[in-house]
Design a protein. Structure first.
Length: 498
């Protein structure tokens, strides 16, 4: 279904198809839940604007509408991150803004070159990019532009800072649907035939998929742990897309969409489940919270008969002709370890019991949709070998998870934000070293300035004395000249009279 709006921008087109339909549906559910869970009117306003941009990204059929929607979504999210106005929120917002400006700049340049190559409609964009003389540059710009939202290493650094700073409802939509805009951008725009850059995407995605759990399991904040889980899951999707570019006969679009829908519901339920768990008093309500969080966690790691099992099954078999299919199941091992750490961190949260509120209602809604998803996207009962493929990564995680649980609370050797923290420390060291060096330079320049001042004062005195002497001589010369003129005039007068 296509809708053309000639009077909007330069003529906008929107469409609802097999890619945009499921993503718009899950975005609508998650934003509706976030609105129900939010009590602050400013937060609701930013959620509504973000929703408009988010579904615009999914529905846009031309690159101008796509870019406008992407920019609206990206900058409206600033209001979600900074909402609490804490020091952590201000820091996270600063990092997010820097990364967003980088993303928007790269994306604008990439889409401008795409349009110049004849790809003004999204359906025509991959072919236009593939035939462009600037193909490599365009793909590199799109990798960066979409990579910020998709949490591609090393552009992922805003995620572990923004999620704990934002309210839980905002974190649910940030991780559930907003980051998928980057994944959808890669899916829609990247052409085949750029194998070198596709391999770059594959390597960076796998680094995120397997590296994020290594940092996440060291954290103590539940929302930070979930943020690193999101980076890992996005790395999984990036690897699937890259494999699809390297093996053109592989059809990865449907698998990526199914996985995005599954991850959106499960991860939003986990984020929103943090305040639900905190608000649940010991008893039936806490057991309900534990059951819902447990089911969302099992879905996220791909436990059999959950939405995650179906999504991972589709993704693995979509890229079975590429070697990456052999390592993708191990992502579930990292996810399981992160969720063990999440459960440990959640137990440390101080309870603040309260009555039924919007957060609980919204969270229960997400749990119902998550339970129903396997029924909507039904598969035949898995064969024993398929069941084993789903279970062995989780069994591998069991002893490591036990060790993590026993490890307990320790100061994370790698703070949330990882590369940002490294950059901040390097900048501070540079500032300290540079400050000392600058002070030494200032000392030298001050000494030179004093010496020059003394020299100029001496030169000035000499000049002043010379000028005064010259003036004296000039005054003498002037007087002598006047006397001479008077004498000459007198002599001339006497000569004329005689």
């Amino acid at each position: 279904m296509t809708l053309d709006i000639p009077w909007l921008l330069f003529g906008s087109s929107f469409r609802l198809d097999e890619v945009s339909g499921p993503l718009v549906a899950v975005a609508t559910v998650l934003y509706a839940v976030a609105l129900v869970a939010s009590r602050d009117r400013p937060l609701r306003a930013f959620l509504l604007v973000s929703y408009l941009g988010n579904i615009g990204v999914y529905l846009a059929a031309d690159i101008i509408s796509f870019y406008l929607a992407f920019a609206v979504m990206s900058f409206a999210a600033v209001g979600l991150v900074i909402h609490t106005r804490t020091e952590a929120a201000h820091r996270a917002t600063g990092v997010y803004l820097v990364m967003t400006v980088l993303s928007e700049t790269a994306l604008l340049a990439g889409l401008w070159l795409t349009g110049a190559a004849g790809g003004t409609l999204i359906d025509d964009a991959p072919a236009a990019i593939a035939s462009s003389d600037h193909r490599g540059l365009i793909v590199a710009l799109l990798l960066v532009g979409f990579g910020v939202k998709a949490g591609l290493v090393p552009l992922h650094v805003w995620l572990p800072l923004a999620h704990p700073a934002a309210p839980p409802a905002a974190s649910a939509v940030l991780s559930g649907v907003m980051v998928k805009a980057g994944i959808v951008g890669w899916l829609l725009f990247l052409p085949t035939g750029v194998d070198d850059l596709a391999r770059v995407l594959l390597v960076l995605s796998l680094i995120g998929a397997f590296g994020a759990p290594l940092i996440g399991v060291l954290q103590t904040d539940p929302k930070v742990i979930l943020a690193y889980s999101t980076i890992s899951q996005l790395g999984f999707l990036g690897a699937v897309i890259a494999a699809g570019l390297l093996v053109p006969e592989a059809s990865v679009t449907a698998a990526v969409v199914v996985y995005a829908v599954h991850h959106g519901l499960a991860k939003a339920a986990l984020f929103l489940g943090v305040p639900v768990w905190q608000a649940a008093a010991p008893g039936a309500r806490r057991r309900l919270a534990a059951a819902g969080l447990g089911w969302a966690g099992l879905a996220l790691v791909g436990f059999p008969f959950t939405s995650g099992a179906l999504a991972k099954y589709d993704a693995k078999y979509a890229v079975e002709d590429h070697w990456v299919a052999l390592v993708l199941p191990l992502v579930a091992t990292g996810s399981a370890l992160l969720l063990v750490r999440f459960a440990w961190a959640l137990r440390r949260v101080e309870p603040e019991p309260r009555g039924v509120d919007g957060e609980l209602i919204g969270w229960l809604t997400l749990c119902v949709f998550g339970l129903a998803l396997p029924l909507v996207h039904a598969h035949p009962a898995p064969a024993p070998d398929t069941l084993w493929d789903m279970l062995w990564p989780l069994l591998l995680a069991a002893p490591l998870g036990w060790w993590l649980w026993r490890r307990g609370e320790q100061e994370p050797p790698v703070p949330a934000g990882d590369l940002v923290v490294v950059g901040e420390r390097a900048l501070a060291a540079t500032r300290a070293t540079g400050g000392a060096g600058l002070e030494r330079v200032h000392g030298v320049t001050r000494g030179v300035a004093k010496q020059w001042a003394r020299t100029w004062r001496g030169a000035g005195g000499l000049t002043e004395r010379s000028v005064e002497g010259l003036e004296s001589r000039v005054r003498v010369w002037t007087l002598s000249g006047l006397v001479t003129l008077v004498l000459l005039g007198t002599l001339l007068a006497l000569g004329w009279w005689m």
